[in-house]
Unconditional design. Structure first.
Length: 412
């Protein structure tokens, strides 16, 4: 079927078509094929309601012109339902696979090379964001395809009402199974999370409602716009190793744009490359084997205990992202008078939507089991909500990137 489609769209005579079994391809399909002209890598992207989507997919030239390292496709189709990129096949690994190996088999020397590559990429991106940062209108922001990763997944594509889309399909009216606890949507959406002794201010239902309001595209023009990839999770990043150095470059710029809301530009990369690991989002079965996750429910409180934590390499990446990108970017916004007073809330709400809307986190709905489902929602709440008191990784991260804070990134 794929060979026929490639022939129909690009007039390519594809042979030896291979579909990759890829834990990171949650909304896409990728693999390899051969022609008389050589070997190629393909990636198909699918999104609900593509026909109604504004903007154009796959604008790699936008990123290249801005100075963002990006692999240019040799063939592409942006037709709804047939959104395909064809690249020359590379022998490089994806950064996601490199980092997974380091999660499971820590190695200080290899981690240093990977973190140094991330450091160089973050510095490059900061330079691009500073250079392309500009005032935007609500209409310009609303036209960007990046909203398909956030707000558009919460509403019905036809009626434009909330709840809809993945939010409604995944969660509203559904049952949530955790270890020794089963809750319906009404109880779960209103439950107060207490995670390893920290009580969080907002419930899952409150976070979705707040996100539907504050992340409405027309409201995100207040921090200006930049040229950005927008969906730079590490399965869209090549890791080109040469000796004791590695260079990172993007591919699949499905949500790239020139008016990407500044506060959304690095959200997907921050969550999916750091907080989604180790294992719990993409390897639920392995997470269940490795981590202890327990739940108790009573009096409207969901009490969670877990020994899951960021791995050493992910914590190092979080520090790099904070020090070399987020803190100076927010300082630039503040200096220009474009930093919204509620920037922490915007970041938290967008981070919360990353896992909850990228895949169905309920046990049994897709790949998640009761333990990984509980862990998934716990990390989502930690990302989205401030704790009532005390501190956690996310509060330390936000304190560290606050341009008005004296705490500094070393507090992460």
């Amino acid at each position: 079927m794929l060979a026929l489609l490639l022939k129909d769209i690009f007039d390519l005579d594809a042979e030896n078509v291979i579909i990759n079994r890829d834990r990171y391809s949650l909304n896409s399909l990728n693999g390899f094929f051969e022609t008389k002209a050589g070997e190629f890598f393909f990636k198909f992207h699918q999104e609900e309601g593509e026909e109604a989507m504004s903007g154009e997919y796959y604008r790699a030239d936008i990123l290249a012109r801005a100075g963002i390292p990006v692999d240019q496709p040799i063939h592409m189709s942006a037709l709804p339902g047939e959104q395909i990129l064809i690249y020359r096949r590379r022998n490089d690994r994806r950064f996601s696979d490199v980092l997974r190996d380091l999660d499971l088999n820590p190695n200080l020397d290899e981690e240093a090379i990977a973190v140094a590559a991330e450091r160089r990429l973050s510095a490059e991106l900061l330079s691009v964001y500073r250079r392309t940062l500009h005032s935007v209108t609500a209409e310009e922001v609303a036209s960007e395809p990046i909203h398909r990763l956030f707000y558009e997944r919460m509403i019905d594509p036809e009626s434009r009402t909330m709840p809809g889309g993945r939010y409604a399909n995944f969660y509203v009216g559904r049952t949530f199974r955790f270890p020794d606890v089963e809750l319906d949507w009404e109880a779960f959406s209103r439950a107060r999370f207490v995670i390893n002794g920290l009580r969080y201010q907002r419930t899952v239902g409150e976070l979705f409602a707040a996100a539907a309001d504050r992340l409405r595209p027309q409201k995100l023009a207040d921090a200006g716009g930049v040229t950005a990839h927008g969906d730079a999770h590490n399965a869209n990043v090549w890791y080109a190793r040469s000796g004791e150095e590695a260079v990172l470059s993007f591919f699949d710029p499905a949500f790239a744009g020139t008016h990407v809301p500044t506060l959304l530009a690095e959200i997907k990369a921050t969550f999916h490359n750091i907080l989604a690991h180790p294992l719990w989002l993409y390897d639920p079965a392995e997470a269940e084997r490795r981590y202890r996750v327990r739940a108790e429910y009573g009096g409207g409180v969901l009490n969670v205990e877990t020994n899951w934590a960021l791995s050493r390499v992910r914590r190092s990446l979080l520090e790099v992202k904070a020090r070399l990108l987020w803190r100076p970017l927010l300082a630039e916004l503040k200096a220009r008078g474009n930093l919204p007073a509620d920037w922490r809330t915007v970041l938290r709400l967008a981070l919360f939507l990353c896992p909850t809307l990228v895949m169905n986190l309920r046990a049994g709905a897709s790949t998640h089991n009761p333990s990984s489902s509980l862990l998934a929602f716990s990390v989502a709440v930690m990302a989205g909500s401030e704790p009532e008191s005390g501190s956690d990784d996310m509060r330390r991260f936000l304190d560290g990137i606050d341009p008005e804070s004296s705490a500094g990134v070393s507090s992460i």
